[in-house]
Design a protein around this ligand. Structure first.
Ligand code: HEC
Ligand code: HEC
Length: 300
């Protein structure tokens, strides 16, 4: 080998090692960005832990039991136990693949083929984009493992055979379309519209989206009744006369227009980390919801 060929081999080796090093580095930072996005979503607007974290008998979150389940949600139709979704192999979802976790969250099907039931918002979660669900699943697989056995949910209502046909590609919603992105944050990610849309005989009346009026008995076991507010643009009953800042304060700090502290059922402790630009998008979307009123409560 001549000097010049060995020099060029050395140069090539250097170039190659630099190439692999920068490539590995950009993969690392892509992985970090994915985790950060998952952390931001799960511990912010999506608030999975609002149901999946363990609570004391008076509804306070228990430290060290994040995502370990065993929070009970009572409803005329079911007694739901939010399962352990930490990477615990025996009692959590540690043995599930990323695809299996994705399918459970977006399509409501467990790896054994069983259909999951309410109150998880599968109809909305189906619309979480491929990139965002990858971020959510990556984050879930990074949370501390907690072994905690959780009983299975019992349903007194029939479950649907499925929540829709198998999903294809779900693209991102463009951020520069403020109203569309706000609708995505408020619907598929935050499922705000589920609590805030009238539930009539077990079905959401989407023609009155945002009109509220749903009664929650003793949510989180905190001993109060909560009725979801009207968040349409209705000038008296809804948010029609609220300023943008008043709406943002209600979502992120749990303070109503008149300064009243809202009942701690909505996930304010999570929503306080929502970025200002995302709150702006949510307000832009809420401004487009036409005034509507909730139907009178069923006489039962
Ligand atoms: C309104 C409460 C609620 C929210 C919010 C919620 N879940 Fe669930 N989740 C449940 C309940 C209850 C079940 C069990 C349903 C059943 O047994 O059919 C469940 C089931 C699951 C399962 C299946 C676990 C198993 O062992 O079968 C996964 C995974 C899951 N949830 C992840 C998530 C993630 C991730 C989020 C946030 C994007 C989320 N959940 C938001 C209540 C909730
Ligand atoms: C688990 C059900 C639930 C979810 C999810 C939920 N809310 Fe609420 N929300 C309520 C209830 C119940 C109230 C009324 C609390 C009270 O009266 O103290 C309320 C109050 C409000 C208010 C205050 C209205 C007023 O008149 O004071 C606004 C604004 C609001 N919600 C917007 C949202 C947005 C935006 C989201 C999603 C990020 C959301 N909510 C998610 C149940 C929910």
């Amino acid at each position: 080998m001549t000097d010049s060929t060995s020099r060029s081999w050395a140069a090539l080796a250097l170039v190659l090692s630099l190439f692999f090093a920068t490539n590995a580095c950009s993969e690392d930072s892509a992985g970090e960005a994915l985790l950060a996005r998952g952390d931001y979503l799960v511990n912010g607007v999506v608030a999975c832990g609002n149901c999946h974290s363990a609570r004391t008998s008076d509804g306070e979150l228990i430290e060290g039991m994040e995502f370990a389940g065993n929070f009970v949600i009572e409803d005329p139709g079911f007694r739901a136990y939010a399962p352990n979704i930490t990477p615990a192999v025996r009692t959590g979802i540690g043995s599930w693949t990323a695809e299996e976790i994705t399918r459970a969250i977006r399509e409501g099907v467990r790896p054994d083929g069983q259909v999951l039931g309410p109150p998880m918002a599968f109809q909305l979660y189906r619309k979480i984009s491929d990139n965002d669900i990858r971020a959510i699943v990556a984050y879930l697989r990074s949370v501390p493992t907690v072994e905690n056995e959780v009983p299975r949910t019992t349903f007194r209502i029939p479950l649907p055979p499925n929540w829709g046909p198998p999903l294809g590609v779900v693209p991102d919603v463009p951020r520069d379309d403020l109203v569309a992105y706000g609708a995505y944050l408020t619907g598929p990610l935050g499922h705000c519209t589920e609590c805030h849309t009238p539930l009539v005989k077990g079905r959401f009346d989407w023609s009155r989206i945002g009109a509220g009026g749903n009664l929650f008995q003793n949510p989180l076991g905190k001993g109060f009744r909560a009725v979801s507010s009207n968040i349409t643009q209705h000038p008296e009953l809804g948010l029609g006369q609220w300023s943008d800042d008043e709406i943002k304060r209600a979502i992120a700090d749990g303070i109503s227009r008149d300064g009243r502290q809202l009942l701690t059922f909505m996930g304010f402790s999570y929503y306080s980390s929502i970025k200002d630009e995302d709150l702006d998008a949510m307000v832009a979307y809420l401004r487009t919801i036409p005034p509507a009123t909730a139907p009178p409560p069923a006489a039962d």
